[in-house]
Design a protein around this ligand. Structure first.
Ligand code: GLA
Length: 383
């Protein structure tokens, strides 16, 4: 694979001035809690989006992606407004827009993009793209932004420019994670802490199984879950569902659908706390049942799982996984399974066989290790 600088030179016939990589993430636990002011526990993975860039004087943003080589995009920065750019280019264009909206001097830029993160697989490839572009563009503009500020800019690009009303988890994971750790993020206060996560150190592995089913998050289900949560908070008279800490509050909701949504959020926040306590006590091997209960809650109460994910979870558990759950927004993408290393091949074989039996397309498997957040490839001016 050519380096990102090599790809940039191929596209633009010169060397880049800055280049960054930003990782995808696997969310260990804490799903659909971020936009409810809740707790999340993602970790960054080794698969990344890389962006190299050079400033240009003409106010044009030019974009070239190795994953869409026939789709070069050039747009005047003056013309950037929500809705003006669609498809993959909306993410980098949205970041340029968000930087300008935040008052930074954004000049034109040529950007080259490359990635080894599967898209639409629930591994936060959009956030990785936004964060790599944000860090690279900040470097080019000489803007001194902190990592949380860059995450917030990337989040704004996705919400207000792309139009996907996501929470802050993925962008925070891409910017803030540390190798060998998961990131505990309190989405009510913005406080974060690194929690040790070293499966290999105790003979375990987080196996990520891509079901091959792809989601379209701007398609509406995500936004409707979010709206239901806001409606439930409103009816319960609280600013966000984070304020609900006991299932007793469900009695105040006549609508059974809203009650199920709230039960998921309340129990999921508690499961994050329990998982963090176990990790801090060096008891990762005991986290399995919490992961599986999270999946059941996402399947039955939040209703964002999909049949192939349920099949993977059931099959993996039967084949010796300690716990398993869908990861990400749902409706497609990946499942994670916590497995003893010497069971990993058997679990993968059982899942493959479980897909072959009803004639489903073969799933794929990803090895993931808790990795660091975004880092400069050739130049760093920000912290
Ligand atoms: C997507 C969003 C996140 C989060 C998850 C669900 O990944 O981008 O903000 O809401 O779904 O936990």
């Amino acid at each position: 694979m050519a380096t990102i600088s090599g790809w940039f030179s191929q596209c633009y016939g010169r060397h880049p001035d800055a280049a960054w990589r930003a990782p995808g993430r696997v969310n260990l636990i804490g799903e659909h809690t971020d936009y409810n002011g809740g707790l999340v526990l993602p970790f960054a993975i080794g698969q990344t989006v890389r962006v190299a860039g050079a400033a240009r004087p003409d106010g044009v943003l030019e974009l070239a992606s190795r994953q869409a080589p026939n789709d070069r995009v050039a747009i005047s920065l003056d013309a950037l407004e929500p809705g003006a750019v669609t498809g993959w280019a909306a993410y980098p264009a949205g970041v340029a827009w968000a930087l300008a909206e935040a008052g930074h001097q954004v000049q034109g830029a040529s950007l080259a993009i490359d990635s080894d993160l599967p898209q639409g697989a629930g591994l936060a490839s959009s956030a990785a793209l936004e964060c790599a572009v944000a860090a690279c563009s900040a470097d080019l503009a000489g803007a001194r932004l902190t990592r949380p500020e860059l995450a917030a800019l990337a989040w704004r690009a996705e919400n207000d420019f792309v139009g996907m009303p996501c929470g802050i988890m993925d962008q925070s994971a891409a910017m803030l994670c540390q190798a060998g750790h998961a990131l505990l993020l309190d989405c009510r206060t913005g406080e974060s802490a690194d929690v040790p996560l070293d499966p290999a150190g105790i003979g375990l592995q987080v196996l990520v199984i891509d079901t091959g089913v792809r989601h379209q998050l701007t398609g509406g289900e995500y936004a409707s879950r979010r709206a239901e949560c806001e409606q439930a908070a409103d009816r319960l008279g609280v600013p966000s569902l984070r304020e609900v800490t006991s299932e007793a509050a469900l009695a105040g909701l006549a609508d059974p659908v809203l009650a199920r949504r709230v039960r998921h959020v309340v129990t999921e926040n508690a499961r994050v706390e329990d998982t963090v306590a176990l990790l801090r006590a060096g008891r990762l091997a005991e986290c399995g049942p919490l992961l599986t209960r999270s999946h059941e809650s996402l399947r039955d109460d939040f209703e964002v799982s999909w049949p192939e994910a349920d099949l993977v979870v059931g099959t993996a558990l039967a084949a010796g996984a300690l716990g398993a759950r869908m990861t990400g927004a749902g409706f497609g993408g990946c499942v994670l399974a916590l497995v003893p290393k010497d069971h990993a091949a058997a679990v993968a074989d059982a899942v493959s066989a479980g897909f072959a039996r009803p004639g489903l397309a073969a799933p794929s498997f990803l090895e993931v290790t808790p990795a660091r957040g975004a880092s400069p490839v050739i130049k760093a001016r920000i912290r």
